[in-house]
Design a binder for this molecule. Structure first.
Ligand code: FEO
Ligand code: CA
Ligand code: CA
Length: 720
């Protein structure tokens, strides 16, 4: 959950387009004709991609192979009939044969978390491994599972929650445990029977945490804005944080993405007087202010390596360049981080060419020999933007075995773009390049100095370029059949009636337990097709694949996708395509939780332009506003069904599959987390909202589960 907001003066799409296009011309336009121009070459693209499975699958039809699961508020994982799950890796589970089983009562030793699974399992990826210990995308029996650990629920990590006295953390062991429970797990897994098991003694098992040494790579490396006491040259930083969603590369490395990192840093108002005007603008735009969400910087005394004080982003030293404190530390977070899971001693690299923002994830476009490589990215806060990175180097399939060296080739040099969604159903990728699109020293909001400045302050560059403010971009996913890109816009309670636009068209009230929930309370899923089917194109055509809503909501301006009891949902977050072309949708919901816990749905999607142009009327009391948008083809019971409902107060997130499509990995994140906001004197088992997965009076834990079909078949859909 992220409640920050983009308060830049960047105009909403509406402002620009109201001036440019008359409503009459919009209503007359035919979306399908326009979209057809963009889709013509998709089969050609697939045959050139070298992805034999995707090309083969593109010829096949699919049918959902399960009955819909009912909405539920029960404290358990409920799956479609004919499916089963087992818990693969839960918070605190050992990733070493020498670490004892997790006690799960707060007594586990902090240092043991160097070799235990972290908390809040999130984005993940399965990398098949062959007998030589190398990446092989065809191998399903054995693999490395990389799992993000986005955050912690401290209530369940310690005996009685965080010990805080006068606003300060007083137990360094508690803080150590939290710092170690963030980051990434790399775990070897093997198929055993119909499911998978962790190989606790594997030498590939690795924990990356907030202490792991990392290289700042790419165009911004060695920027003066990266200088800290830890790295006087601005070439390194310590750790990764807020690892939300993820991505991967065609050379078998993992991308972990730093999302809500800003809140971890302490920087109180007194620091403003010591900072330049540019620094103050930058801190404000990224939300680096306050006490620090876990108060890590408050531990006294600090250690020689400044493990606590490094979370203080204020000026505390006397140097001019920041080499004696951590005034620049926040600039070394907010990146896409590349990890080689097959080399446990490798140094992760923060790829600065992909820009710095609240990175949800980084999803590769279709990989085509001789074409640039592309990653799509969202910035998860209200009214933030959608980005795309295009490599300078053209893809050479011989690089598929070169690991991080390939990363240096494709991820250190390229172009960064931000999306503008136009009211006529087209879109433009606006380049974030120093000297272009208003991104220069004359920009009034922030005087950019060079390209490193543009990458480090990518949000400000995107403001200058005129990007479209979206309803909180979360996960993206690329359809392996045709290269079309889907992205969840999870919700936006801050969307105002008069700021609705074609791509973020709804303002409505979704009452929950009698309370009003205004704005875009349930979210939607936008999708686009790049011009001529080329991922590196500078233009695209878009529509809205799905509008989330209660099935009972008004069909003419809220439940625009015609959702029914079998498939209604709210707050889409995780989004992921199986190799088959089946689309999975996960929810991180707070709006529809009066009716159901968070869930996982499966969809057989159509394509951009398969629906209709629709003008809706939004209401706020007596005020109303008409907006014209593009609604994907109605998604009926045959094309969208609820597959899983999770336990109480959890989020469903992260998806991975074995390459044969017979095992699906899903994360159940933070069941019962709301307890952590309560007074810990009341914190007894009976007050905990969930006891999943252990049951009884146990503390709830985040966990990765493996889902299989009782008959060992494909998960979710069969080819027909
Ligand atoms: Fe960590 Fe945007 O969810
Ligand atoms: Ca989330
Ligand atoms: Ca998310």
């Amino acid at each position: 959950m992220n409640d920050t907001d983009n308060n830049s003066n960047n105009p909403c799409l509406t402002t620009i387009l109201d001036a440019r296009l008359s409503r009459r011309s919009l209503l007359k336009g035919s979306l399908s004709t326009a979209a057809a121009m963009y889709l013509g070459s998709s089969s050609l693209l697939l045959s050139a991609s070298g992805n034999a499975n995707a090309a083969r699958n593109a010829q096949k039809n699919m049918r959902l192979n399960f009955s819909a699961v009912d909405k539920s508020r029960a404290d358990k994982v409920q799956l479609a009939a004919g499916y089963n799950y087992s818990v693969l890796l839960a918070t605190g589970d050992p990733l070493s044969a020498s670490v004892p089983a997790y006690a799960n009562d707060g007594s586990d030793d902090a240092a043991s978390f160097y070799r235990r699974a972290g908390d809040h399992n999130d984005g993940m990826q399965f990398f098949g491994m062959n007998r030589q210990g190398a990446w092989d995308k065809q191998v399903s029996e054995r693999g490395l599972l990389c799992i993000n650990h986005e955050a912690v629920t401290a209530a369940y990590l310690h005996p009685h929650g965080q010990t805080v006295v006068d606003g300060k953390r007083v137990s360094d062991a508690e803080v150590m445990k939290e710092m170690l429970a963030h980051g990434v797990s790399v775990a070897e897994i093997r198929r055993e029977g119909n499911t998978f098991k962790i190989q606790r003694a594997s030498s590939y098992n690795r924990r990356i945490n907030t202490f792991t040494d990392m290289e700042m790579a790419g165009p911004a490396a060695r920027s003066p804005l990266f200088i800290t006491h830890y790295s006087q040259t601005g070439s390194r930083t310590r750790g990764t944080i807020a690892n939300c969603a993820n991505g991967h590369t065609p050379w078998g490395t993992y991308l972990t993405c730093e999302e809500n990192w800003a809140g971890y840093f302490r920087r109180t108002a007194a620091d403003d007087a010591k900072r330049s005007e540019k620094e103050r603008v930058a801190f404000k735009r990224y939300g680096v202010a306050g006490q620090g969400r876990e108060l890590w910087a408050t531990v006294q005394p600090d250690t020689a390596d400044k493990r606590f004080g490094r979370w203080n982003a204020a000026v505390t030293g006397t140097s001019n360049d920041g080499s004696d404190d951590y005034r620049h530390v926040a600039n070394t977070f907010g990146w896409v981080v590349e990890i080689d899971p097959f080399n446990p001693n490798s140094t992760p690299k923060k790829r600065t060419a992909l820009g710095r923002f609240a990175h949800e994830g980084a999803w590769p476009g279709l990989v085509v020999a001789g074409q640039p490589l592309v990653w799509y990215m969202g910035c998860d806060s209200r009214h933030e933007y959608i980005y795309k990175y295009v490599s300078k180097a053209l893809w050479d399939p011989n690089d598929a075995t070169r690991g991080m060296l390939a990363g240096d080739k494709y991820l250190n040099e390229g172009r960064l773009y931000v999306a503008r969604f136009n009211a006529d159903g087209s879109g433009d990728w606006l380049e974030l390049k120093f000297g272009q699109n208003g991104i220069d020293e004359n920009n009034t909001a922030y005087a950019f100095s060079d390209q490193a400045d543009v990458l480090i302050l990518a949000r400000l560059a995107a403001d200058a370029a005129g990007a479209t403010k979206m309803d909180r971009p979360e996960w993206g996913a690329v359809n392996p059949r045709n290269g079309e890109v889907y992205m969840t816009l999870t919700t936006n309670p801050s969307r105002e009636l008069d700021k609705t636009d074609a791509a973020n068209p709804r303002f409505y009230n979704d009452p929950k337990n009698g309370m009003t929930q205004k704005g875009n309370a349930n979210g939607h899923i936008i999708r686009w097709a790049e011009q001529d089917g080329k991922a590196a194109a500078s233009r695209f055509q878009w529509d809205v694949f799905l509008f989330a809503a209660r099935a009972s909501a008004a069909p003419d301006n809220v439940n625009l996708s015609g959702l029914t009891a079998d498939n209604d949902f709210s707050s889409p977050d995780g989004l992921w395509f199986a190799q088959s072309g089946l689309l999975w949708i996960e929810t991180d919901d707070h709006a529809y939780t009066d009716i159901s816990n968070c869930m996982l749905l499966a969809a057989i999607p159509g394509k951009v332009g398969d629906g209709k142009t629709q003008t809706i009327v939004n209401h706020d009391g007596s005020k109303e506003r008409q907006v014209t948008t593009y609604v994907g083809a109605a998604t009926d019971h045959d094309h969208l069904r609820r597959f899983l409902v999770g336990p109480v107060d959890c989020e469903i997130t992260g998806l991975a599959e074995s390459p044969d499509g017979r095992a699906l990995f899903v994360n159940i994140q933070h069941p019962g987390e709301t307890t952590s906001g309560q007074d810990f004197s009341l914190d007894t088992p009976s007050s905990w909202l969930s006891h999943w997965p252990g049951g009884g009076s146990s503390r709830p834990r985040s966990a990765t589960i493996v889902i299989t079909r009782d008959d060992g078949g494909m998960i979710g859909a069969d080819f027909i």
